[in-house]
Design a protein around this ligand. Sequence first.
Ligand code: ADP
Ligand code: GLC
Length: 487
Amino acid sequence: MRILIATAEVSPIAKTGGLGDVCGSLPKALAKLGHDVVVVMPFYRQAREWFTRNGVILDLAHPMTPISWANWTADAGFLRTTLPGTDIPLILVANEYFFDREHIYSPRLDGIDDNFDKFTFFSRAVIRGCELLGVTPDVVHAHDWHTALLPVYLHSGLRGSENFGNARSVYTIHNLNYQGIAGADRFPILGLHDRYWAPDALEHFRDINLMKGAIMFADQVTTVSPNYAREIQTTEHGAGLDGVLRLLSWKLTGILNGIDMDEWNPATDPLITTHFDAGNLNRKAGAKRTLANDVGLRYKPNAPMLGVVSRFVDQKGFQLLIPILERLLEAGAQAVILGSGESQYEDAFSRIAAARPEDCCAYIGFENTLAHRIYAGADILLMPSIYEPCGLNQMYAQRYGTVPVVRWTGGLADTVVPFDGTNPAAATGFAFDSMSPADLYAATWIAMLNYNDHRTWKTLQTNGMTEDFSWERSARQYEEIYRRAGA
Ligand code: ADP
Ligand code: GLC
């Protein structure tokens, strides 16, 4: 099958979260199954810098050319390389105005958020790029709201074109809460027939909703864990789209994300200094010492080290952690918090860390090396998410023998087996249910008690480290979905 993956993020080139990880590693798993995969993403400033840093020279696949649709024209250039470490073609869509910005989702210089226009342009450019470069996919696999227009365009007549004549569309929801919403006045820039301005198309309570459009018109819809696929069909978790998802549940499937088992491997990871695996777990202490040194904490080998690696947004549940973090430190834990995002969380973590510099570090920023070192060096990973479509951190943590404490939601419930004292053969972590700081405290405290019981702890670590989180099974499920879509 010829599969086109269109996405806003691809790790390691440009990512802000798990979308990048998935779109960097799923293509490899699909290629391994024998498919012809092409990945297309924007040529952000961050992408240019990544290629320069890594000495990659890009081919000019097609020079700047005007792309016109509706009453709009914008220029796109197309660069070509391969997904790092593979021979999978990667096409980059260049446009300085939209993509040469400080962050990949940065607004315009005047502060106005034009991501809606940016990704409308990107979607049109993907189509034009395929025509110019002779890409003829059997499946267009679009991800999240940024590329949600592609299934809509396929439905609205693109299948009449030479390049997309046989193309089917698959749409993956990584996060239902970011839907690509704009006022009705933006509808003309989409270049769609008026009949797409309707409640059974892109209109949602008088706004444009790109995610709704993709759910309506994609041949198949997936989301990133089976549990989240169930949750988003409820009013509580459906973010206003649960009705549509229930109606179309016949074409909705939850496929658990995998992780790149080569990149995230404590035995070979080039970003950590002490290597270990399930057979020599005592060496993990070396990773803990490195982590403490890196972030300036006093090295206390017997104090449980809590880790957080995250975007600081409401989704991640830090409103539960902040009120109890100091008590956890008083109870004997240390903590390394890595993340950035909303200033209320950045400030609160920084304030707690400043008051207890020997035991708590808050590193505000996006730091891939430190992220790897936290998964390797921490004892416990905290992930109290309010909702979590899949979550990759808890899988990375388990791979590195770091035991997760999670809230029982979304993909966290599909990937962590909570220890309840009776299930040492299967358990990999700890969980709590309610959205209460006290319950997060209790779950973490129970984890800390078990940390002191070396035999039990080693069992939990080993269970997690030997869990199969590889992409292979999920890639086969995507293959099945592409077939169901008609490819
Ligand atoms: P989400 O996509 O909702 O942010 P995931 O758990 O799926 O959550 O994926 C998060 C990814 O982003 C992981 O690869 C994690 O290591 C990475 N990440 C998040 N925040 C940071 C950060 N501040 N520095 C480095 N990596 C980060
Ligand atoms: C989203 C979700 C996260 C998921 C990731 C990759 O960002 O928030 O739970 O793991 O996408 O699918």
